[in-house]
Design a protein around this ligand. Structure first.
Ligand SMILES: [Zn+2]
Length: 136
């Protein structure tokens, strides 16, 4: 079911979904790596597996050749996880490369599975894609 356009966006921006990540999820080009990061977080939260896969760099370590297995694992993660918070700590870009540090607050049942990551984004054929991330 598509998310309600007038509800606050699942990336916790405080903005309505229709004015936030929905544009990216509908295929509009994302201007900044930070916006891409947000739209990937909300795509995980909403179970938009194809968006997660399409915004992953084909040469990145999390890109999987078997797209149906990859899709299943994204959907499973999405179903099992409550996406309760996102905080962008730092974002910078230089040329065709960018990095975004963030704190994702996540819960699986009673378990806190939050993490802090520094993600690397690369511009690929004119659009930003997630390449890889390092936990910190
Ligand atoms: Zn959003």
């Amino acid at each position: 079911m598509p998310p309600a356009p007038n509800l606050p966006c699942a990336c916790h921006s405080g903005i309505k979904y229709k004015r936030c990540c929905r544009m990216a999820h509908r295929g509009m080009r994302v201007e900044t790596p930070e916006a891409l990061m947000r739209s990937r977080y909300s795509a995980f939260a909403l179970g938009l597996a194809s968006y997660v896969m399409d915004s992953t760099h084909p040469e990145g370590p999390s890109h999987e050749g078997d797209s149906s297995a990859w899709e299943r694992s994204i959907l499973e993660f999405s179903r099992e996880t409550a996406f309760t918070g996102l905080e962008i700590l730092d974002a910078s870009e230089e040329g065709e490369e960018a990095s975004v540090s963030f704190r994702a607050t996540l819960r699986q049942g009673a378990k806190d599975v939050s993490f802090t990551e520094r993600s690397r984004f690369l511009r690929h054929e004119g659009r930003w894609l997630y390449h890889s991330g390092v936990l910190s």
